[in-house]
Design a protein around this ligand. Structure first.
Ligand SMILES: [Zn+2]
Length: 395
């Protein structure tokens, strides 16, 4: 396949001029300056007429089993396992059309997202690449029990890591602190949940198995415990202080701030009142921490927390716009949604980039996203794993 006559944002920068991009065997085989005289030979040609090509977008924080309505945790609790599995499949199917070609699922009951990810990998259904954790690791009574595997003490923590790795988890997710959405009482964002020795064991064992670890972490003490143990990524990170941001940059701990979902939780009257109240308490702090991390050079990726209350699948564009509104430059936001996110997935050079040998997960849009991020809203075409999945002309 050949995509011709197109501008390129390559995951890092907007390239000068127009290009022709060749795809073979799922990958980008060649990129060259557009040559109007060259034919396509036997290739399938997509003439982009000066549109914009960028890497398929990556959402690093989703919950495919949650439905994104007013109280998804209550909904899954009242549904059967089979119903939850179908919900997971139907939500996964919503992503590709919007140009989101990879997602990282950070918690699903019965490991539903892990199973759906495998079905997509086998080609049984067409969906985004899913980098799933399956069940997250939490203390007994900890944050997000709906998809949590309770581990108490270092040896259970070790067993938890091994259990999830055996099931095929691409990342281990832990609840390091309480959250705003979760349980109505008995949970606070300042609470440190897993103990230091449990966090240490989880990260040490996961790294022995070459699997990264990320943490739901809002309060300062909980984030510090994760950083001390050498965690790979922090989710949310509302109370990151400047010295912590410097530590993150030095030890390559990434941040997925998920700004949109907390603003939305704080403002929306339709979600559970306790969650709204707790969001309001932390939302001011949130953009301050994310900007501080950005200034200190922390690797930052986009994550929407889609599936959470009133946060439907997909909500990545909303997160992208929230980051811009919080003060991130457009080019930084675009990097966060492509090359940075791929690095956080351990897929540097393979995803999140328009470069030779990378997987051909690509998005074609009408305008320059570096000038207006809204250009991402309605894709002109989406190519997933080297195949044209969606084109506005055919749908
Ligand atoms: Zn989440």
């Amino acid at each position: 396949m050949k995509i011709q006559n197109i501008h390129v944002f390559d995951g890092q920068n907007v390239l000068e001029g127009l290009y022709d991009v060749f795809i073979q065997n799922h990958r980008i085989s060649k990129i060259c300056v557009h040559d109007p005289a060259s034919g396509g030979c036997e290739e399938e040609i997509l003439d982009a007429a000066g549109r914009w090509l960028l890497p398929g977008l990556i959402d690093l924080h989703v919950h495919l089993t949650w439905n994104g309505k007013e109280d998804p945790a209550a909904d899954i609790t009242h549904s059967t396992r089979e119903e939850n599995m179908l919900e997971t499949v139907s939500n996964a199917l919503k992503y590709l059309k919007h140009g989101i070609t990879s997602v990282r699922d950070l918690g699903s009951p019965d490991d539903a997202a892990l199973h759906v990810g495998k079905a997509i990998e086998k080609g049984q259904i067409a969906g985004p690449r899913i980098f799933a954790t399956g069940m997250s690791l939490i203390m007994t009574g900890g944050h997000d029990p709906f998809h949590g595997l309770s581990v108490d003490g270092p040896w259970e923590a070790l067993k938890g890591v091994r259990t999830q790795v055996k099931k095929g988890a691409k990342v281990i997710k832990i609840s390091a602190t309480g959250g705003v959405y979760g349980r109505e009482s008995g949970e606070s964002v300042d609470d440190t949940e897993l103990r230091q020795e449990e966090v240490d064991m989880i990260i040490d064992e996961a790294h022995r198995r070459k699997v990264p670890v990320t943490a739901h972490a809002i309060g300062e003490k909980g984030i510090r415990a994760c950083l001390a143990a050498g965690i790979d990524c922090i989710e949310h990170g509302h109370f990151i202080q400047p010295d912590m941001a410097r530590q993150m940059a030095e030890q390559n701990t990434a941040l997925v701030p998920t700004l949109y979902v907390y603003r939305n939780l704080a403002q929306n009257p339709d979600i559970p009142a306790y969650a709204r109240k707790k969001s309001l308490e932390v939302v001011q702090q949130h953009s301050k921490a994310a900007n501080c991390a950005c200034r200190e050079g922390v690797l930052i990726g986009t994550g929407s927390d889609a599936g959470s209350p009133n946060t439907p699948h997909p909500s990545l564009l909303e997160e992208i716009l929230a980051m811009e509104q919080a003060g991130f430059s457009r080019i930084d936001v675009l990097r966060a949604a492509t090359s940075n996110a791929a690095k956080i997935l351990g897929m540097n050079g393979k995803l999140g980039t328009v470069s030779e040998d990378a997987f051909a997960d690509l998005l074609i849009i009408d305008g320059n996203p570096a000038e207006d991020l809204q250009a991402l809203k309605v894709p002109y075409a989406v190519i997933a794993d080297g195949r044209l999945y969606y084109s506005i002309n055919q749908n």
